[in-house]
Ligand binder design. Structure first.
Ligand code: PLP
Length: 397
């Protein structure tokens, strides 16, 4: 790549194997949910169950492939029976999808602040937000660094709440050595959006070890058509027959997407090693600058490194907007994760919140910049980013 070209903030890495599989899918005549989606679900379950150690866990994992993580989060809450009288606790520092699915069901998202060090939901804030209407907590593993699941699990147990993990960033991530996705939450949902740690273009995976929840999600992802009822009670009925048991959704994954997923999943260990390598290089090269670098995972744990979020400290002498503009002028795309929910007109009106309610989120938002971090980056690309960051900060001081 020539030095003058623009280095985008993110770009998926899709190679010949994925492309050949997509072409084979197109030629097979089966482009919607079919054999490749089923194979992808099976291999995804296998991948998570093998975890860090490569040894399969005993617990059966059900994986339900859907056309986005947003769809998966919606299906999880729907299967839990969340409705208009219910409250669901959601971190304020997240993408709008986490909270919007609560509204799809007419329930109330209760936004809470995050921890400064990790950007993750603050268990103390969760605890003080619990009311008798609370039904679930939705932790978001920001940037792929696991939330304090031990404390959240204890809170959920004590108050009889469901945990629905937004694991859009967290593949692969571990908490105390166990893979996110296998921690025993009611559901855990991964995203395969274009910029995530693996992609199917658009796509997501709902993971649970609750067979009933998985069955409901399978039914609801395709118009509320129940194959189980069909198979159990009508096994001698013709192929064309089906029964609708609920007003379901159109959330199924296509085999075209699953074709990408099958090969991206195979390459995930390699993708992750590269992300770790890039993050380590950033850590070393930026250590002496007036930046707060991303929190490390606890010793022995893995973080997915979906993002590389830095914070501009006051002594940097340059604000977030100015910094991003100066990087763009040097041909480098940066981004901000996230514009917290309290900053959006809809959530302000819906939840009656303002920045005064979320001092940590507000402070993080003012300082946060995400630097490019993706497997299609070369070492030279990373050096370019580092040089630009150093240059921008030197000029500001
Ligand atoms: C990307 C993302 C989502 C949504 O994922 P989709 O697959 O695009 O629906 C949800 N939550 C967070 C935190 C995300 O970053």
């Amino acid at each position: 790549m020539s030095d003058r070209s623009f280095l985008p903030f993110a770009r998926p890495e899709i190679n010949g194997e994925e492309i050949n599989e997509v072409v084979a899918t197109l030629q097979s005549g089966w482009v919607t949910t079919g054999p490749r989606t089923r194979a992808f679900e099976e291999r995804f379950a296998d991948y998570l169950a093998r975890g860090k150690t490569g040894e399969a866990e005993a617990q059966p994992l059900h994986c339900v492939a859907v056309n986005s993580a947003t769809a998966g989060l919606h299906l999880a809450l729907e299967a839990l029976g969340i409705g208009p009288d219910d409250e669901v606790i959601v971190p304020n520092y997240t993408f709008t999808a986490t909270a919007e699915v609560v509204r799809y069901l007419g329930a109330t998202p209760v936004l809470v602040d995050v921890e400064e060090h990790t950007f993750n939901i603050d268990p103390a804030c969760v605890e003080s937000a619990i009311t008798e209407r609370t039904r679930a907590i939705m932790p978001v593993h920001f940037s792929g660094l696991a939330c304090d699941m031990t404390t959240l699990q204890a809170l959920a147990k004590r108050h009889d709440l469901a945990l629905v993990e937004d694991a859009a960033h967290a593949l692969p991530t571990t908490w105390q050595g166990r893979m996110v996705g296998t921690l025993g939450s009611a559901a855990c949902v991964f995203s395969f959006y274009a910029n995530k740690t693996m992609t199917t273009g658009e796509g997501g995976m709902l993971v649970t070890n609750d067979a009933d929840l998985a069955a409901r999600a399978r039914t609801m992802r395709l118009h509320g058509i129940s194959k189980d009822v069909f198979d159990r009670y009508h096994s001698d009925t013709p192929d064309w027959y089906y029964e609708v048991v609920a007003p379901g959704f159109k959330y199924n994954m296509t085999d075209i997407a699953a074709a990408l997923g099958l090969h991206q999943l195979k390459r995930l260990p390699q993708f992750h090693a590269r992300r770790e390598d890039l993050a380590r290089r950033y850590d070393e090269a930026l250590a002496d600058l007036p930046l707060r670098l991303p929190a490390a995972a606890p010793a022995g744990d893995i973080q997915a490194r979906h993002l590389y979020p830095v914070r501009l400290l006051p002594e940097a002498g340059v604000g977030r907007d100015e910094f991003i503009e100066a990087m763009a002028a040097r041909g480098i795309g940066c981004s901000v994760h996230f514009i917290p929910l309290h900053r959006h007109p809809y959530w302000q009106a819906c939840c009656g919140v303002s920045e005064a309610d979320f001092p940590v989120s507000e402070a993080l938002f003012q300082q946060e910049v995400s630097l490019p971090l993706y497997t299609a980056m070369s070492d030279a690309d990373l050096e370019r980013v580092v040089t630009a960051v150093r240059d921008v900060l030197k000029r500001a001081c």
